[in-house]
Design a protein around this ligand. Structure first.
Ligand code: FAD
Ligand code: FES
Length: 251
């Protein structure tokens, strides 16, 4: 389950985000799906849950996009050599059968987009993106890392780039202006944003949100990711849930 991985590179994408590329040194038993995550073991430190940002099944390279918040993520940025990848964890999303997808991200919620859009291209859909951050200097050009995107909107709360406001108010405006044209909606970010994404896509069967909570073992054994009051574990039952399942615990 713990696959040894060699860090190939780390790249600074903006004032806040980094992208690290790893080569898995053993073939994983199954291929991941978009929105699944890994627990990455940083030698001498801890494990950190990270969304799979991109994955290449031919050479077993895997990338993550992350923000440095503490020792673990600092280790991901600064250390070189060998790491460990536990995964692939949780449930992902199968994009087949959808034609147009709306992906709404807040902050580091943008991380799973490259793998999602790659799978979407393979299954014949395109992804429109709304990405909101607090400050303009946190943004980077997501089109450089993700293929097959449709419309891409950036929103900043300091109003320096793109739409002035947050991702959910822009989604509301887009829906009011041009109607609802997506067969699948996915939100990844803060709980309040997820609630508004679910509200904007009410009536749509396939609207999903990816939740975040403390994840430790990633295997359903420790109980630290229990989504109270639901009898669900994020690491086994999530991180992706239908809006209808979790709407009442969001926000
Ligand atoms: C399923 C899942 C996928 C994730 N994907 C990404 C990703 O793609 N990119 C990314 O940048 N981050 C992601 N995160 C969050 C990331 O795991 C945490 O930021 C990281 O573990 C912090 O580790 P640290 O040792 O650097 O900080 P710590 O020293 O452990 O913590 C620093 C601060 O971050 C908070 N924190 C720690 N872990 C979490 C957590 N799991 N959720 C929320 N707050 C936390 C702590 O409360 C503390 O305030 C994901 C989390 C989950 C559960
Ligand atoms: S992280 Fe241990 S049960 Fe989910």
């Amino acid at each position: 389950m713990l696959i040894p991985a060699l860090k190939i590179s780390v790249e600074k994408l903006s004032s806040s985000y980094y992208r690290a590329l790893f080569k898995l040194l053993e073939p994983p038993r199954i291929e991941p799906k978009p929105l699944q995550f890994i627990n990455i073991w940083i030698p001498g430190l801890d494990e950190a849950p990270m969304s799979i940002s991109d994955y290449n099944a031919e050479d077993y390279t895997l990338s993550i996009i992350f923000k440095v918040v503490g020792d673990g993520t600092r280790g991901l940025r600064d250390r070189n050599g060998f790491f460990g990848v536990k995964g692939f964890l949780g449930n992902g999303i199968d994009t087949s059968g959808y034609d147009r997808v709306l992906f709404v991200a807040g902050g580091s919620g943008i991380a799973p987009l490259p793998f999602l859009s790659r799978k979407c291209v393979e299954s014949g859909c395109i992804v429109d993106v709304v990405w909101g951050v607090r400050r303009g200097d946190m943004l980077f050009n997501i089109g450089k890392h993700a293929v097959g995107l449709g419309e891409v909107y950036y929103t900043t709360e300091d109003c320096t780039i793109g739409y002035c406001g947050n991702a959910s108010s822009l989604v509301r405006e887009i829906v009011e202006r041009s109607g609802f044209k997506w067969s699948l909606v996915i939100g990844v970010g803060p709980s309040q944003m997820l609630r508004e994404v679910c509200y904007a896509s009410r009536g749509l069967q396939d609207s999903y949100v990816s939740l975040e909570t403390m994840v430790k073992c990633g295997l359903g054994a420790c109980g630290s990711c229990l989504l109270k009051p639901l009898p669900k574990l994020l690491c086994l039952d999530g991180p992706v849930f239908k809006c209808s399942e979790v709407y009442h615990i969001l926000g």
